[in-house]
Ligand binder design. Structure first.
Ligand SMILES: C[S@@+](CC[C@H](N)C(=O)[O-])C[C@H]1O[C@@H](n2cnc3c(N)ncnc32)[C@H](O)[C@@H]1O
Length: 451
């Protein structure tokens, strides 16, 4: 069967544009369906799909500079063909402009837009000729507009982060989202041996290096398909960013503890906690739906852990029977996810003030219940994979004001390279570009002992 890779890319872009579809899932589904494609074709599809989504604001700016019809007014098929072609022309040396233009014109025709062939041809040829004459937004007149187009980030978010962290740090964050970051995994300990895991991976040609910050974090490079690695099938490794591994580390888990993870899917932090319990105690991993809990269950089975169980339960509802049940409560709440924009670029286009407001309310509902499920003297870890203050330190301050919890130093649980002013106070905000990991926030909160 003859497969046209650019046609698949177009399908991915159109599907991602539809409400609620995450580009990583859409790309993953296509690559699963066409597993027979060569490594080179798979890389081509992934690179152009992700790149076109990542750089959408900048690509639209360029197209709008030369086209009489603005991007917003175009038919979706034509819009996506132009975006993916400009991405290739601007960011892929391996694709000559001439080839990108010809393929775009052919694709428009194949998709039934014969009458728009000359439009596509004209816009792309114009861009190829005039790319150096494009006038970018003036940084001194409008820094937010400039940064928005330069790094392809909605102005709303640029303004928010410039306001909270200053323009220089904001630019570091924006730059890091566009850099390629290799995959990080956590090596399992219980029933697994680190040296043997490394050997197993290297035998299949994978390059393995130690990652920063978290004890069991390793970087994997030079592999094609993660699921085809023996170490993955055997449960020796679990995909997880080092920032996320800090949660179970910060919990200071002791043998025999009961750990309650209220928002657990797909299970990264729960599985890590069960691993640190080393066959003792119990982790109860909850999430909102059967589907989500199924994802945790799949991982439990692959890793072969015995001291972890799952439940479908809504964390925003209070369950009397859980009052004071847990030594440790993990509250890895649903959040805006801006810390992982580097891996999931479409998140940035879904940002809105309304969404942020409703998340703040949900996070407080979950925290209220989490407070009651924590034993007296127990520990609650609050975490998010986002970088704005309102979902992070502001929520923690609200929480300590209303509930009998106190922030407690993270330093005993972290390597020295993470000992900062705020970790001593009990919380840590990791910003991409400033730290070598995803954007992430966590706080360690200790519940008062009863009198
Ligand atoms: C940040 S993710 C959790 C990631 C997970 N802790 C891990 O380490 O793999 C947030 C999770 O909260 C779940 N969630 C959203 N609303 C919820 C609710 N009301 N009750 C329980 N879980 C909820 C989502 O389904 C999602 O899986």
């Amino acid at each position: 069967m003859e497969i046209n890779t650019r046609e698949l890319i177009l399908e991915i872009l159109l599907e991602t544009d539809r409400e609620g579809r995450q580009c990583q899932t859409v790309i993953g589904n296509v690559l699963d369906k066409y597993q027979f494609l060569s490594k080179c074709d798979r890389a081509f599809i992934t690179r152009i799909s992700e790149g076109t989504i990542e750089y959408r604001i900048q690509l639209d700016y360029i197209i709008d500079c030369v086209s009489d019809i603005k991007v917003k007014k175009m038919k979706p098929v034509i819009r996506e063909i132009l975006r993916m072609s400009v991405y290739q022309m601007r960011y892929m040396d391996s694709v000559p402009d001439r080839a990108a233009v010809n393929e775009a014109v052919k694709l428009a025709q194949r998709k039934g837009f014969r009458n728009l062939k000359s439009f596509v041809n004209g816009v792309l040829r114009n861009i190829s000729r005039r790319v150096d004459d494009i006038v970018w937004p003036d940084r001194s007149a409008s820094p937010a507009r400039y940064l928005s187009v330069r790094y392809s980030m909605p102005e709303m978010l640029v303004k928010q982060w410039c306001g909270e962290y200053g323009e220089e740090t904001c630019e570091k964050i924006l730059g890091s989202f566009l850099e390629h970051r290799p995959l990080t995994v956590r090596f399992s300990r219980t029933g697994h041996d680190t040296e043997q895991t490394i050997q197993k991976l290297e035998k299949q040609g994978v390059r393995v290096t130690k990652a920063n910050y978290a004890k069991d974090a390793y970087i994997l490079e030079n592999y094609d398909y993660l699921a085809s690695l023996d170490a993955f099938a055997d449960g020796d490794i679990q995909v997880q960013d080092p920032s996320s591994m800090l949660v179970a580390q910060a919990a200071g888990i002791s043998a025999g503890d009961f750990v309650l993870d209220l928002c657990a899917a797909p299970g990264g932090k729960s599985l890590h906690a069960a691993d640190l319990l080393n066959g003792t105690g119990m982790v109860e991993s909850r999430d909102i739906s059967d589907y989500k809990v199924g994802l945790i269950q799949d991982n439990i089975e692959r890793l072969g852990l015995q001291n972890i169980r799952t439940q479908v339960k809504d964390a925003s509802r209070y369950y009397q029977e859980d009052e004071g049940c847990a030594d440790i409560v993990l509250c890895d709440v649903p959040c805006s996810g801006y810390g992982v924009i580097g891996k999931k670029p479409d998140i940035k286009y879904k940002a809105s003030h309304e969404k942020q407001e409703s998340l703040l309310k949900l996070q407080r509902e979950i925290l209220k219940n989490a407070a009651r499920y924590t034993k007296d003297g127990g520990v609650l870890i609050y975490s998010t994979c986002t970088i704005g203050k309102s979902e992070n330190i502001d929520q923690v301050m609200w929480f300590t004001k209303h509930f009998p919890f106190q922030l407690e130093s993270l330093d005993p649980y972290f390597d020295e390279n993470l000992h900062l002013m705020t970790t001593k106070e009990g919380y840590l905000q990791l910003l991409p570009g400033c730290f070598d990991c995803d954007g992430f926030f966590l706080a360690r909160l200790k519940k008062q002992e009863s009198l």
